[in-house]
Ligand binder design. Structure first.
Ligand code: HEM
Ligand SMILES: *[C@@H]1O[C@H](CO)[C@@H](O)[C@H](O)[C@H]1NC(C)=O
Ligand SMILES: *[C@@H]1O[C@H](CO)[C@@H](O)[C@H](O)[C@H]1NC(C)=O
Length: 302
């Protein structure tokens, strides 16, 4: 079974040693180096998730605290402890740190996934959950997804067939992903700016054109998520989002839906290649449930 780690970051108010005596102690964890904390071990014992699981075993704990500079990072593997963070005292952990990379990638915190807790986050969360990732939208866009999945499988198939003779397209995808990884700190500002500029130059004209088409009445039926963003209305029947908010949220959703799942799939595939029996089990499962006559459908996944 896959062990899920929940990570919570708590910005320290001061040095650990200066904490008042009536405060509860921190969860167990590795001894931090002065000022920098635990990054040296994290780097030496990569990947981080194995390091964390190893430490938790070593300390016989379901909750662990490591330090990254002046932030305390709390890892939780217990389903009993997790609700304390996710439900009971959710408000303590609900915000996010303000960083250069999140500021630029959200066009100054206009979006949902990387912005600090507050009115803008609440607004975007409402629009995204009601109008964008709702169950009814998911159903109504099934056809679009089937078409795109088909394109993707065909693309990969052709890449494999051409035997790596032309990997210009594949490397373009990888470059964008590398560029968008959210590094914060000196020297990365230019990289993030450049990556966001590439995204804007690609998507903004498409978004502006679509908005114009709705304004001019050239469109009457919503066909995809961009239409859903444009048509989203608040309780007064006014458009929920400005064009700038639509642009920012589209870019963020592309990151959430392309970068994250592709990393997760890459990770899962790499793990399966390392553990052949798991790979064979997966192949067997697909063969017995789907067969070799057709491709896997969304409906095959419970
Ligand atoms: C394997 C795939 C994914 C992973 C690992 C992942 C990971 C995450 C993480 C860690 C956060 C929390 C960020 C934070 O609080 O600082 C987050 C938030 C979010 N993700 Fe994902 N995500 C994935 C796929 C997706 C997909 C497919 C979508 C959209 C359809 C999505 C939409 C969102 C949204 C809207 C938020 C913000 C939620 C909120 O603030 O209430 N994610 N994701
Ligand atoms: C956590 O939640 C409980 C119950 O809602 C509350 O009494 C307590 O003050 C909260 N702790 C913090 C640190 O906010
Ligand atoms: C394809 O990409 C890989 C990795 O980026 C590179 O090492 C290789 O030389 C490329 N192959 C061709 C034929 O361009």
């Amino acid at each position: 079974m896959l062990l899920v780690i929940f990570l919570f970051v708590v910005k320290a108010k001061g040095k650990a040693s200066k904490r008042k005596s009536n405060q509860a102690p921190f969860p167990p964890g590795p001894t931090p180096w002065p000022i920098i904390g635990n990054p040296p071990e994290i780097w030496r014992k990569r990947p981080a998730f194995r390091w964390i699981h190893g430490l938790m075993k070593e300390h016989h704990t379901d909750i662990l605290c490591a330090r990254l500079a002046n932030s305390h990072v709390v890892a939780v593997t217990s389903p009993v402890i997790a609700p304390e963070f996710l439900k009971k005292n959710d408000s303590v952990f609900a915000s996010r740190p303000v960083t250069m990379a999140t500021e630029y990638s959200s066009r100054r915190f206009l979006t949902i996934a990387v912005v600090p807790w507050g009115d803008q986050w609440k607004k975007m969360r409402k629009v995204v959950t009601c109008d964008i990732v709702s169950a009814s939208k998911l159903r109504s866009l099934l056809e679009n997804r089937i078409e795109e999945a088909d394109n993707l499988v065909r693309f990969i198939y052709n890449q494999c067939k051409s035997n790596g003779n032309d990997n210009s397209t594949a490397s373009a995808v990888v470059n964008l992903r590398l560029g968008m990884r959210q590094y914060s700190g000196n020297g990365h500002e230019k990289t993030v700016c450049k990556a966001m500029k590439i995204v804007s130059e690609y998507q903004d004209p498409l978004i502006d054109e679509r908005v114009q088409e709705w304004r001019e009445g050239k469109r009457t039926e919503p066909e995809d998520l961009l239409d859903a963003f444009i048509l989203a209305k608040d309780s007064n029947g006014k458009p929920s989002l400005s064009i700038e908010e639509i642009r920012a949220q589209c870019a963020e959703l592309m990151l959430a839906t392309v970068d994250n799942p592709s990393n997760a799939v890459e990770w899962a595939m790499a793990e399966m290649i390392n553990q052949l029996e798991t790979l064979l089990k997966a192949v067997e499962e697909i063969d017995s449930l789907v067969g070799k006559e057709r491709l896997v459908l969304e409906a095959d996944i419970p």
